[in-house]
Ligand binder design. Sequence first.
Ligand code: ADP
Ligand code: MG
Length: 701
Amino acid sequence: MKGTLARVGHHAGFAGAAPPDRWPRPRSVPRPERLEAGVETLQGVGPTLARRLARIGLETVGDLLWQGPRRYEEPVPSKRVCDLFGEEEAVIEVVVRSASSRRRGRLRILTARVADTTGEVKVTWFNQPWLEERLSPGTRIRLRGRANRYGFAVSSYDLEGEESTADFAPVYPASEDLVQKRLRDLHSQALVLARDAGEPLPAALLTAERLPLRADALAAVHRPRALEEAEAGRARLAFDELLVLRLALARTATERERASAVPLGAPGELLARYRASLPFTLTPDQERSIAEIDADLRRSMPMQRLLHGDVGSGKTVVALYALLRAVELGRQGALMAPTETLAEQHFLTMDELCAPLGVRVSLLTSSLRAREHAAARQLIASGDAQIVVGTHALIQKEVDFHDLAVAVVDEQHRFGVGQRTALVEGRSPHVLHLTATPIPRTLALTVYGDLEVSELALPPANRKPVITAWVTEERSSEAYKRLRRHLDDGRQAYVVCPLIEESETRIARAAEAEAERIRSAELRGYRVGCLHGRLPSAERRSVMASFKAGELDVLVATTVIEVGVDVPNATIMIVQEADRFGLAQLHQLRGRVGRGAEQSYCLLVSRAPEELTDGASERLEALVATTDGFELAERDLEIRGEGQLLGARQSGYSDLRFVRLRRDQNLLERARDVARGFESEGLLTDEVDRLLGEAEHLGES
Ligand code: ADP
Ligand code: MG
């Protein structure tokens, strides 16, 4: 298959917006700046559509080009309505008899009766109000979908003579208010500019590796005539991504080899006191990780270790151990967290554990008032702060550590690679990265390069898996009844507010309104606090502290509690409109309960199953079925399509868009070999810079 990829017919025609140059350029000269144009430069894109596209991460023409389809629709047979039975996918060609819509909550349900000469069937769409006016009686429509007990469940449609639905077609990640047809059209428009993506690999390399041109690969991915063609295109684009990754890793490895750190010897009296002060004994996995860290800290090569463990596996005590190793020798430790809430939470936890040991912990976030901020910086510079906990505020230039020896970076996949290296730049502390992202060990090595990996595979033994139930909205009063029972037993609870894709301010307001509503309804008489991203940090800290101290019974919260919040007495969680959350996100949220010895519960509330998309039902079913992060990650891959394993756009490695890590082992090896040969040749330099966050500074000025 390789190398035989045919060019798919399309022209690199002139975009209307670009004025011709003095002399027409040859078509083969790529103009990458054209890909920076906003989506509104495409035909048919106004402000509303642009906003919807932005919400799923599509802002420029290039974003469209670089977003491959999740999968391809295979052609299916046409059937007569009277022949519809079973679950088999089919296409029916019908005429609309009547259509009407109604509202249920935030849901808009559109129902139509359609018929051919052999019979009539009922079809339903959710949240597509604009469709109703186009479904006047007599309209011809072609529907692709499956028969079910409610009628015919439509997956796509063609109106009045349009034809794309039944045929081999790309399926893009969509949202409720963005239909495939629209996305396909926009991707087609973007594809016209494929040549402007340039060709970064030398011709000789392409020939040797039998890879198609980048532009042809893009065309093949978006408009293949057959699956094999799409796969060959994807492989080329995946190869580029892996090559960039390997080149970036080679560059950082060279830098690291030159750095040296102060060896920290063996643990002593402070660490013995720390162990004695813990209210539990460490698990075997924690002990093993600590031994591995101790071995690293003895050496003058800076530690670069990844501590990997599922939510609730007990990473924090291990991280604090590493920080205290620095403190014991009169040096400093720092912990960097991805969000303010998480930093504040870590600060509370660490301060509580450190105070009895006589170790001073400081918090540094960008939301501190100027005076507090200056004071904290002073403590850091003088060395009075022995452990510093903070957000990326920690890596800003004006922060000057007295003597940083150990740095811990929490949930590091949320940082770009560049941000992570900034913390260690010019300082060479030993670094421990924490992550709960369930990635198999081999994969971690691939993606994180030569990081050593320690694993907390088993949670503390006294832990009972959280029991998860999925309940429909009609029965949510029972969920609250259950929750009140826990409160009456002296336990605490979380209520997670619906995820609305609006502004941060809107989300905050909705959370406050929900807390207010609950206080006078389901949870009247209980102490209910509210936590969201818009609270000033002092207030957020005080809400968290009161919840921790048991002065609040319930925390109504947005996803700010997704990571790091640790209150073992909280034993039950209700997630409202759980179908709106991603699988990984729900797993993280659920990790907030089940942190003590008590049996904990997670109640997922959603609309009725028949109103949910297939993906949403599958996610909720998966959560009910297992609490194992690895298994859930696997399911997530199946449901969403692969390639997104490493997180959403905020991830430093989100550039692995076309890679299918489980399938691409061979590609990975080829990329590694090629990277070795080209390390010093400046291959793909721009892309490597971008991955390492080094180009950002240039771009911003
Ligand atoms: P995570 O890996 O998600 O960061 P944490 O470090 O927050 O997990 O630990 C989760 C909870 O388990 C905390 O309340 C912590 O005190 C507790 N814990 C950690 N280690 C042990 C252990 N060895 N035995 C019992 N409880 C533990
Ligand atoms: Mg944690």
